[in-house]
Design a protein around this ligand. Sequence first.
Ligand SMILES: [Zn+2]
Length: 260
Amino acid sequence: MIVVAAILVLANIFWYVRHRRQQKKLAETVLPSNATQLLTENVPFYNKLSDKDKALFEARIKDFLAHTTVRGVEVEVDDLDRILIASGAIMLIFSFPDWKYNNISEILLYPSSFDRQFSQDAPERNVLGMVGDGAMHREMILSKRSLRASFSNPADGENTVLHEFAHLIDKADGATDGIPEYLLSKPQVLPWISLVRETINQMRASGHSDIDLYGATNETEFFAVITEYFFEQPGKLKEHHPELFSMLEQMFHPQAAPKN
Ligand SMILES: [Zn+2]
């Protein structure tokens, strides 16, 4: 009994100290004075928000940056890099006010595509980003060139930041398998799996698709690729794949999405 009480007291102290440390870090984190300008000039998603939501978006990127370090490897990290990474991260979860990425502490920024030795899953792809595994399980690697290109072409269907954070959302339920269980209600899981498999099979059989063929690698990559498409070219996705669009709408914007 005494041992249990002692463990509970220690656990409470540990939680309290950690909570205080996080609060202090958040209080110490300041967005650059021109953050609003950087967002306005570089993040179309932000520009479409109401004034109230813009303030909320800024608070959430600040919170993200208080918990996530961005470190340059042979490249300088500037304010715009931090703002763009945080924006991509928050865009995906903006409909979930309480969602925080608990599975990332550090992002390594490389100048351009990095050595393939880092990548386990994409040997044929020029590696522009990846989510770490094993000893690097709380790390993400991004290429600065690709980061900048992702936001300077915000409607070409490709965004490395959205791609990698989609993997983190997928990973949050314990399995990086293309089934983001936190975004899906139980009855949606099987329809999602069968829709994904059907689409991948079509892509493989025809050898071409409006969806990036890299998405046909497996279910995991499909989810990351289709997330890029959904956020960057929603109109086109809706036209070509209404069912996929509708499911993604329910996953990412559950309050706004029409229920089937
Ligand atoms: Zn990927």
